[in-house]
Design a protein around this ligand. Structure first.
Ligand code: FPP
Length: 253
């Protein structure tokens, strides 16, 4: 399968037609910003800034490859353990990104959602996140989900709490709880499961990202550090994905 799709119009701003056999939902663990900066003798935040520019580029490229949903891991529930300087630098970067990119995302017809626990985030950032979600809610060309203060276990725990509240209030019968039930309580309830999860920087772990949702995802680990990751690297991964056989537990016929 060749990317970009034949006939795909980079300038088109309508919703994409999914590439047959291509991933509808791609999720990315954007790793390696710190090492990229350190390799240049620069502070870690410099790497995160370069990483944010890559997010922009990859978001723009996705619809041309038939990708309808892109989910990026921007800040994990474990990332609070970093130095106060790095954490506040990242929070500032998220605020700047939203302010700077909002208009462009709207122009590109990209719907933005955030997943993760917002309670711990500062009020100004939360307000910007709400505003961007509302501003782009009728966009249809692509869906960008940013995982911010997100952890897969935390998400499942929060979902279970809400499910238990519904049981306690008599709104849900425990006998009706099956594997279709819990996903309705997850932050990702309106999203399809990811087909492909990519992690940059050579690390081969999932680090608490979309644990429930990735049960049948294909994984790709690339040595490229996130600030060096270009749409061309994405194309190479998509080509490999196109050659994979997804069996979902079945035996090929
Ligand atoms: C992991 O690299 C990256 C992060 C914890 C932050 C990701 C954030 C961005 C790419 C910037 C902005 C994102 C958006 C959506 C605006 P690392 O710091 O762990 O790298 P290292 O493993 O080399 O130290």
């Amino acid at each position: 399968m060749a990317w970009p799709r034949k006939g795909a119009s980079p300038a088109g701003r309508d919703s994409p037609t999914a590439e047959p056999g291509g991933p509808r939902h791609v999720a990315i663990i954007m790793d390696g910003n710190g090492r990229w900066a350190q390799g240049r003798g620069r502070p870690r935040l410099f790497g995160h800034q370069a990483g944010a520019r890559r997010v922009r580029e990859v978001v723009r490229a996705c619809p041309d490859y038939g990708i309808e949903y892109l989910t990026v891991f921007a800040f994990s529930t474990e990332n609070w353990k970093r130095t106060q300087m790095e954490v506040s630098g990242l929070m500032g970067l998220f605020r700047t990104y939203i302010r700077k990119e909002a208009r462009e995302l709207l122009r590109e017809n990209v719907r933005v959602r955030f997943i993760g626990d917002r309670v711990k985030l500062d009020a100004k950032l939360r307000a910007l996140m709400d505003e961007l979600e509302q501003m782009t809610e009728s966009c249809t060309r692509m869906n960008l989900t940013v995982a911010l203060n997100y952890g897969g276990r935390d998400e499942v725990a929060r979902a279970t709490r809400r499910l238990a509240e519904d049981v306690a209030a008599g709104r849900l019968d425990p006998a009706d709880v099956d594997e279709e039930t819990l996903p309705r309580y997850l932050d990702t309830c309106v999203l399809p499961d990811p087909d492909l999860v990519i992690r940059t920087s050579g690390e081969a772990r999932i680090s608490n990202f979309l644990l429930w949702q990735s049960a049948y995802a294909e994984y790709e680990f690339t040595p490229i550090l996130w600030p060096d990751f270009t749409p061309q690297h994405l194309v190479e991964i998509l080509e490999r994905y196109g050659r994979r056989e997804r069996r979902f537990g079945k035996v090929p016929v």
